[in-house]
Design a protein around this ligand. Structure first.
Ligand code: LIP
Length: 280
């Protein structure tokens, strides 16, 4: 599985590199406010789906651009983000990634890969085994306090309703921590938390394809991942995330982010994959 995932990541990365900084405006369309999709996203997702289906015809594929109906499906599934950080990609900022998670059953990731094609960094995780960056075993930092922490996060960019709460959290945190980063690629925020470049990451508004691969990575590297209410499971309904290097830092960050909890009961955060499927 490791070599298959690595091959998928490299094939996808090659396509992304070929088209980086060569997209005209016509090549970009918007699914919503600040929600870009390019033919490159679609091309990569299609290429990955064809390769996966030729090897595993019965497996389900849940991709950012196209997802099959899954009903009560509990079998093997692949969760794919062909380009996480599409806005960076479209603007020529070399910080985006291909994110692929393989779930053997119940949508619980067992293997995952995140590939940054511009820096040629490949992060691979296997449940109960560990995480590697370009074949080197990696671990989260041992950071337990806010004072020493570098914390990745996101500013609201599609739905703006929670903006005041998100910036209130940043305002409270910033004087207490080392610094924040808003780099625009959830998958790499999680990979960087796994490798100890960042100590934690939080965001409201994520989708399973943004987080599936990276969640496994942070856990396998020794960290903790939940939503803003402290729930660990339910990948398919997750719309928020707090990932941290240690339980201590996770607890401090969860407390700081508590004001986000009520948003999970409000639109658009009540939209999640299971709910959307029921509406369809
Ligand atoms: C998104 C980024 C965004 C980040 C999200 C997600 P997508 O990628 O653009 O900055 O906050 O978590 O990673 O969905 O546009 O490829």
């Amino acid at each position: 599985m490791r070599s298959f995932l690595t091959e998928l990541a490299h094939v996808a990365g090659k396509i992304a590199r070929q088209h980086f900084r060569s997209l005209g405006h016509q090549a970009t369309s918007k699914k919503g406010r600040n929600d870009y999709v390019t033919f490159v996203d679609r091309n990569i997702e299609e290429t990955l789906s064809v390769r996966i289906k030729s090897q595993y015809p019965d497996h389900l594929i849940v991709g950012e651009e196209t997802h099959e109906a899954f009903g009560d499906y509990e079998g093997p599934a692949w969760i794919i983000d062909p380009i996480d950080g599409t806005t960076n990609f479209v603007r020529g900022i070399p910080h985006f990634a291909i994110s692929i998670a393989y779930c053997e059953k119940n949508f619980e990731p067992k293997f995952s890969v995140i590939y940054d094609p511009m820096k040629d960094e490949l992060f691979f995780a296997e449940k109960n085994a560990g995480v590697w960056m370009n074949n080197e075993r990696i671990y989260t930092s041992n950071c337990k306090t806010l004072e020493e922490s570098m914390i990745a996060c996101a500013a609201p960019f599609r739905s703006m309703d929670a903006t005041d709460d998100v910036f209130a959290i940043i305002k409270e945190l910033q004087p207490q921590i080392d610094d924040i980063r808003r780099a625009g690629c959830c998958a790499l925020d999680l990979a960087y938390t796994a490798v100890g470049r960042c100590d934690a990451y939080w965001e409201l508004g994520i989708w399973p394809w943004d987080t599936a691969a990276g969640e496994l990575m942070v856990r396998c590297a020794g960290g903790i991942v939940t939503d803003v209410r402290g729930n660990e499971g339910d990948l398919l309904t997750r719309r928020s995330i707090i990932a941290a290097a240690t339980p201590e830092l996770h607890a401090l960050l969860s407390k700081a982010c508590a004001r986000l909890q009520p948003w999970l009961d409000k639109a658009p955060y009540t939209d999640h994959l299971v709910a959307l499927q029921k509406q369809a």
